[in-house]
Write a protein that binds this ligand. Sequence first.
Ligand SMILES: [Zn+2]
Length: 217
Amino acid sequence: MVAISSGFRLAAIFGIGAVLSACSLGGGRSFDTQGLMAPPAQCSIKPSDVGVAERMSAIDEGNGCRVPNPWRVSAIANVSFSEPATLNCGMADPLNDWLRNVVDPAAQRNFGESVMSVDIVASYDCRARNNESGAKMSEHGFGNAIDIAAFNLASGRKVSVKEGWYGSAAERGFLRLVRQQACNDFMTVLGPGSDSYHRDHFHLDLQNRGSGGHYCQ
Ligand SMILES: [Zn+2]
């Protein structure tokens, strides 16, 4: 009887220990944000003025990930998002400019039709860069980044980053142009050829490097 009860006690102690260490590993994880500047709380344009968007309450996960002025964005510049994106308000202006003045004219020129929607694969996401443990926090942790995997045209044709990058002349021309021009609106632009993590999507972010430098690879 004594042996059983002490066995129970041991099991209980080990059980509690396992739960505690799991919590401290998961919930207490902090990201390295050295050199990263959180996005400003004010926006140059209101996301709902240029698209379909609802204001959310500020996000602060206490581990580096925080979005001072988040919006749930479903469309910008008449281009629908495949899923609502959680973005800091400062993303609305560059997305609006790029979708309206670069993406749509490029689609007209290359395909003779408009882009109706984009496939969003990530927006706000509290994680390290490229999901690598020990890496610095991603701009996704500030709601300051969006990942786009495909552009859907009015006819229903899908131009995906992964296949289209090596696709027809029109697809190659369109994707290269919109990627290159995105560097005027965003501070970081990554895609196929940048590294193995960006083979199948464009990553666009507003990382404030202090120097005002862009990184478009
Ligand atoms: Zn990304």
